[in-house]
Ligand binder design. Structure first.
Ligand code: ZN
Length: 462
């Protein structure tokens, strides 16, 4: 079955055609590890993971590379402000290297909790300085650089299609502010490839280079590391939508200037998670919520994953605890229904092709996860399918959803608890409220909780 993806470069939904049959070469811009990831950042990684799982579902091999940014990303994406790693070190009274290790580990823990599959290769910028220097040398010998104020700049005026990804207008208000922020820039959109003179003294991370001791600009790491692990041309590059105008635009400029040909076939971007009045969640705005914040308020990380899957990745998602409550309730209901199916394991094990196809079509249509979830509920609520048929479909769907649904079967509620729950239900039907209450307590003492619902009840471990 064809996979259609919305390509930011062409603004069209295109049929995916891999460079090599059966294989996808995929690159994802990773986190700048100077602080915890907020749940808005994590949306981009759940999206990339869903994309990867869709390819795996379709039988592809996925070669997935993700970087970890640990140098060169300044507090303003356009080369002004302070290096974020230095900011983190100062904030916490630690060395930059301690900050890198701590927040890289925290990021991996978050990914694990969200059941994000590990990339084939995860690469740290500071371990690929030589690759970056080599690439800057190539760009330089192809005539796309100049040196000013001690720094090596990329000359955007040399590239006729600069800004094609975001269809940037290379004039206007923004242009003026960029010139003011850096007097050495010849053109407002030029950017730094290598810093030797940094406006903040004593930058902790420095390396020798043909242009002097210094450190790389932010964008060059992704061009250098992706080509090291995926080659000079690959299939898909993903990231958050905020990367389009600067980071990804500059990655394209550098790579195409170095290689002399088109670089990436499909660009996929996930939209923002917004909070309050459409405000982007951001560390610098101080409104950031982490996965741990949610856990402290009693939400399972997979409730958050379900919540994200409920919206299409290209739609802005307004975050609220009420909306997350909805996702948590849905997950509880799923767990309880699936445990019931597992109890009643009679019936055919054959997979229902029609419903599997309906799910497959949804995910292959630019990752339409809301539609795929609707198919899941259709299966759960069906009165035609046997419990076994339901379970076999749910297990298949969960290869993409990764909501832990296929495990519920194994940890289903013990029979004695089920019996108490059935007795309680009968007591309620007979309006024996005291008896029903006693049974609820008995269930609770055994470590389970009974939740009444419109069309019955569910049981879950406390
Ligand atoms: Zn990147």
């Amino acid at each position: 079955m064809e996979i259609r993806l919305n390509n930011t470069m062409t603004r069209e939904k295109e049929v995916f055609r891999p460079l090599e049959p059966g294989e996808v070469k995929l690159y994802t811009c990773g986190l700048t590890v100077y602080n915890f990831a907020h749940i808005g950042n994590l949306r981009a990684y759940v999206f990339a993971d869903t994309l990867k799982r869709v390819f795996l579902f379709n039988g592809y091999n996925v070669n997935h590379v993700m970087n970890i940014t640990d140098v060169g990303h300044l507090t303003d994406d356009e080369d002004s402000g302070e290096d974020k790693m230095e900011e983190g070190a100062r904030r916490e009274g630690k060395t930059v290297w301690e900050i890198v290790d701590f927040y890289t580990q925290a990021f991996f823990k978050d990914m694990e909790k969200l059941r994000i599959l590990l990339p084939t290769t995860t690469c740290r910028a500071t371990r690929h300085i030589d690759d970056m220097i080599e690439m800057i040398k190539k760009i330089e010998s192809n005539g796309f650089t100049y040196i000013a104020g001690g720094n090596v700049y990329f000359d955007t005026s040399k590239l006729p299609d600069y800004g094609k990804l975001g269809r940037l207008k290379l004039d206007g208000e923004k242009t003026r502010s960029r010139v003011e922020s850096d007097p050495y820039k010849r053109n407002p959109f030029d950017f730094v490839l290598w810093f030797t003179r940094y406006k903040y003294e004593n930058h902790a991370m420095q390396w020798d280079s043909p242009w002097g001791k210094g450190f790389p600009g932010w964008h060059i790491e992704c061009s250098a590391m992706s080509s090291r692990y995926l080659g000079e041309r690959f299939d898909i590059h993903t990231g958050g939508i905020d990367h389009i105008p600067v980071h990804h635009t500059n990655e394209i400029a550098q790579s195409e200037a170095a290689f002399g040909h088109e670089w990436v076939n499909y660009w996929l971007h996930s939209e923002f998670l917004v909070i309050g009045e459409g405000e982007k969640m951001s560390k610098s705005l101080g409104n950031f919520i982490t996965l741990q914040t949610l856990a402290d308020s009693g939400y399972d990380p997979l409730d958050y994953r379900y919540y994200l899957l409920g919206a299409h990745y290209r739609k802005q998602l307004a975050f609220s605890l009420e909306a997350l409550d909805g996702a948590r309730n849905a997950m509880r209901k799923l767990r309880s229904r699936i445990s019931q199916f597992a109890e009643d394991s009679e019936g055919s094990v054959e997979i229902n092709r029609e419903l599997l196809e309906e799910f497959h079509e949804a995910i292959n249509d630019d990752l339409n996860t809301p539609r795929a979830l609707a198919v899941l509920w259709k299966v759960v609520d069906s009165d035609k399918l046997t419990s076994m048929e339901k379970l076999s479909l749910i297990n298949e769907f969960d290869r993409v959803f990764a909501l832990g649904l296929s495990e519920i079967e194994r940890e289903s509620v013990p029979e004695d608890i089920q019996e108490l729950a059935r007795d309680r239900s009968k007591a309620r039907e007979n309006r024996q409220w005291d008896r029903a209450d006693e049974l609820r307590k008995a269930i609770s003492e055994k470590g389970y909780e009974i939740l009444d619902e419109r069309d019955g009840y569910s049981i879950r471990k406390k």
